[in-house]
Design a protein around this ligand. Structure first.
Ligand code: ADP
Length: 188
């Protein structure tokens, strides 16, 4: 089974992904984690993406696609995968389908974890303001940028899957167990 977990920062994607990994013996592929690993390892790619990520902007579709293509063809993905943080642009979504088609694979379901946007914004801006590691206004400026990027670049991805009738939305403002239950009732 190949899935996409969709939702803004703070929606609880990580928590739900863990449950699905165990339940279906599939792997989680987080482009954000992969990029952070590259930065940590000090690779050329890591150096190239560091400042872009720090601004809350998106990494180029070309870099992301080549990373993903390599990852989904590895041995541990043969049972299936959960994509987390990808696709994040319309172009990535279209290119993903091309790559999958060549591999005789497809996305089975896209799960959107829905959260009330105002509340989410308040929550993450408050969290940033309380953090002592960076200047407050810097932090909330970056967060606001990330929300804007999400709205402008990433929301069209939802429309893409809605048209393909693959999109399912669950209410992410419920407790963790209830969100899991709702996701499983879509998949099982
Ligand atoms: P979040 O905290 O929102 O879950 P991620 O960990 O998924 O964020 O991603 C962190 C950063 O990594 C993004 O702000 C972006 O700069 C970069 N990134 C991750 N995935 C992608 C992608 N699919 N396309 C472009 N940039 C990405």
């Amino acid at each position: 089974m190949n899935l996409i977990l969709f939702g803004p920062p703070g929606a609880g994607k990580g928590t739900q992904a863990k449950l699905l990994i165990d339940k279906f013996s599939i792997v989680q592929i987080s482009t954000g984690d992969m990029l952070r690993e590259e930065i940590k390892s000090g690779s050329d790619l890591g150096d190239a993406v560091k400042s872009i990520m720090e601004r809350g902007d998106l990494i180029s579709d070309e870099i992301i696609m080549s990373m993903i293509e390599k990852r989904i063809t590895s041995e541990d993905c043969k049972n299936g995968f959960i994509l987390d943080g990808f696709p994040r642009t319309y172009k990535q979504a279209v290119n993903l389908d091309l790559v999958l088609k060549n591999l005789n694979l497809k996305i089975d379901n896209v799960i959107e974890i829905n959260v009330n946007e105002d509340l989410l914004l308040k929550r993450i801006i408050k969290r940033a303001a309380e953090s002592k590691t960076t200047r407050d206004d810097d932090n909330s400026k970056i967060l606001k940028n990330r929300i804007n990027v999400y709205k402008n670049e990433t929301l069209p991805v939802l429309e893409y899957y809605r048209e393909l009738k693959k999109l399912h939305s669950v209410n992410g403002m419920q407790d963790i167990e209830k969100v899991s239950k709702d996701i499983l009732s879509i998949l099982c």
